[in-house]
Design a protein around this ligand. Structure first.
Ligand code: NI
Length: 135
């Protein structure tokens, strides 16, 4: 094994509990290995997106905690900044805390990517999935 770097990362307790339960079921013996694989999957997903160009249409699905102070307003502000690629937004009050938004998008792939990254990187956003097709 080559060099390794140790780092301290913080997790919300329920996220770590879900992760540990899942990786145990999958047969992982080491949490570090599972986190490394998750990071690799994240990198490959976003690398693919970086290389997409041309006109695309699709949906961004965002799951977020609306009790995180200022988050709802921030997500709305971002969507206003990208109004030229957003066709429509569907908001679902999923649970007492969680909101789900399905944002229909159409336009230049790189602009859609920037929108997705702007949303995904905010604290309180738990999940973001982007599905694109060529119109
Ligand atoms: Ni809501």
């Amino acid at each position: 094994m080559g060099n390794v770097v140790r780092l301290g990362v913080t997790f919300p307790p329920d996220l770590l509990k879900d992760f540990d339960e899942l990786i145990a079921k999958m047969g992982y013996e080491s949490r570090s290995k599972a986190i490394q694989d998750a990071v690799r999957a994240f990198i490959s997903e976003y690398k693919w997106l970086k290389e997409e160009t041309g006109s695309r249409a699709g949906v961004i699905m965002v799951l977020y905690d609306h009790e995180v102070r200022g988050l709802e307003e921030t997500l709305t502000d971002i969507q206003h900044d990208f109004q030229d690629v957003i066709c429509s937004t569907l908001h679902v009050h999923l649970t007492k805390r969680d909101c789900l938004e399905a944002i229909a998008v159409r336009g230049e792939a790189q602009k859609i990517r920037k929108l997705a990254e702007s949303l995904a990187s905010k604290r309180g956003v738990k999940l973001l999935k982007l599905m694109l097709t060529s119109p």
